[in-house]
Design a protein around this ligand. Structure first.
Ligand SMILES: Nc1ncnc2c1ncn2[C@@H]1O[C@H](COP(=O)(O)OP(=O)(O)OP(=O)(O)O)[C@@H](O)[C@H]1O
Ligand SMILES: [Mg+2]
Length: 321
């Protein structure tokens, strides 16, 4: 059963069409990642799904309810973790959670019990008494997630939950999200980290330039690329590797990349290093490293989006600062 169904959803900001008629669905209990580069339309989409932005056109159905008309009802059983925290600087961690719980009409004892449980689970017991403004970025993100699940939502929406925080907190957040999903919460998150998407999500939607260009199970995406084996050689800068002579000598391979110091070769059949090493040797090219690469989601991403992974990473490094 689909718990989220999106049909022809669009959002315009004046002349800019940020989301261009996208359609996809998410099954109950899934861990769904929305992967795309800066400006692709991830935040705009998640904001429409959670009622923080109004669609220009299209349809959203969440748990059988109309996502535009009945958004108030939907907000009772979904959790929202925005990219920027929505909590109060002056309140302590504990007070912030109590405040969020009261918005959902939880009784005093229940609120306090739940807030304590969550602080303990998120490793924030001691920090619970301190004001939110004194938290590190990682702690802030954790408390924002705790606030998002205070009412035990059926679906949790998170906009880039691990962007811009330290590695350890990011790892802890991934573990928390996995546990939540194992306990039955449907998770919809946006990310531009391919490794994160590969490790965490079972389904992925690729969004580029406001359009969803593929929705697929992660296992299926990986199976597709892992039929191909890839070897990579780091060579001495000679500029002398000729694609044509490689292809002539090794018919059946594909050349992924040739640069001054790097050659990347793919093959759907058996592939061995030795014949290539001999080939380079005969050409007078010195190899400093040879390795077999297991194709990852990065290869899938490049294939599907045509965006170079290095470019994506560079963009996002810039964003973090
Ligand atoms: N309130 C707004 N007014 C005008 N344009 C907007 C607004 N919000 C988003 N946009 C534009 O819509 C497009 C999609 O933006 P969005 O924030 O959804 O992308 P994103 O995928 O979340 O990017 P990022 O990875 O940087 O968070 C961008 O071109 C952005 O400039
Ligand atoms: Mg965004």
């Amino acid at each position: 059963m689909s718990i989220i169904e999106v049909t022809n959803l669009s959002k315009r900001f004046g002349d800019i069409e940020a989301v261009k008629g996208i359609s996809f669905s998410v099954e109950k209990g899934e861990f769904f990642g929305f992967l795309g580069p800066n400006g692709a339309g991830k935040t705009t989409t998640i904001n429409m799904l959670t009622g923080l932005a109004r669609p220009t056109s299209g349809r959203i159905i969440i748990s059988g309810e109309d996502g535009v008309k009945n958004i108030k009802k939907i907000q009772e059983f979904i959790g929202i973790v925005p990219d920027e925290s929505n909590l109060y600087d002056e309140l302590s961690g504990f007070e912030n959670l109590i405040f969020c719980a009261s918005l959902y009409g939880m009784g005093r004892r229940e609120r306090e019990k739940r807030a304590r449980e969550l602080l303990a689970w998120f490793g924030l017991d001691d920090a619970g008494k301190r004001p939110f403004k004194a938290y590190s970025k990682g702690m802030k993100r954790k408390l924002t997630i705790a606030a998002g699940i205070i009412h035990e939502p059926e679906i949790l929406f998170l906009d880039e939950p691990t962007t811009g925080i330290d590695v350890k907190s990011a790892r802890q957040i991934r573990e928390l999200l996995k546990t939540l999903n194992d306990r039955g919460t449907t998770i919809f998150l946006t990310t531009h980290y391919i490794e994160e998407a590969e490790r965490l999500c079972r389904w992925l939607g690729f969004i580029v330039d406001g359009k969803v260009i593929k929705v697929s199970r992660v296992d299926d995406l990986l199976r597709e690329v892992q039929q191909e084996k890839i070897i990579e050689f780091t060579i001495e800068k000679t500029g002398a590797v000729l694609k044509s002579s490689l292809l002539e000598k090794f018919p059946g391979i594909t050349i992924k990349k040739v640069s001054d110091d790097n050659v990347r070769i793919g093959s759907h059949g058996k592939i061995e290093l030795m014949p290539f090493i001999k080939f380079f040797d005969a050409q007078g090219i010195k190899i400093s490293e040879a390795r077999i690469i297991r194709p990852s989601l990065e290869e899938v991403f490049v294939k599907i989006t045509g965006i170079e992974v290095e470019k994506l990473k560079a963009e996002n490094e810039g964003k973090k600062k």
